[in-house]
Design a protein. Structure first.
Length: 143
């Protein structure tokens, strides 16, 4: 930004030139920017969890375990016994969910089982109120 201020009349005085020196201003702004960048805390993509300290008390009794196997052709086994149809499976899941202490339901799909069969069992268990459901045997899917 420059401004020329000329003489008011026809005098012999040289023209006065007024310039604002912006170099120190830019230097100060860059120093402030660097200081701002340095003082900003590093953002970690982590979630801080407050985990309980100590050992949990041991369970009084071992939970009952129900094993549901899904075979490669969609056949469903309840503790090794074939479940004839979807209604029988839902009746057994309703019975398991209605117990005062729900049993653990271990779902073991065959490696060749279709996803829709496994997902149908999981959806039925969730819909009918089974809260302790886990997939067992996942190591067979790791290459």
């Amino acid at each position: 930004m420059a401004m020329n201020v000329g003489p008011g009349g026809g005098s012999q005085e040289p023209d006065v030139m007024i310039d604002i020196n912006t170099t120190p201003l830019i230097d100060v702004m860059l120093v402030l920017l660097v200081m701002l960048i340095i003082t900003i805390p590093i953002q970690l993509h982590a979630v801080n969890l407050n985990m309980p300290v100590g050992n949990p008390p041991p369970p009084i009794e071992q939970p009952q375990v129900i094993t549901i196997d899904v075979d490669f052709d969609g056949t469903i086994f309840w503790n090794g016994e074939i479940v004839p149809d979807k209604a029988a499976l839902e009746a057994r899941l309703i019975d398991a969910a209605a117990r005062p202490v729900q049993p653990e339901v271990h779902l073991r799909p065959n490696k060749l089982a279709e996803y829709k069969d496994v997902a149908a069992v999981m959806a039925a268990a969730q819909r009918l109120g089974v809260t302790k459901l886990g997939l067992v045997g996942n190591e067979q899917f790791v290459r």
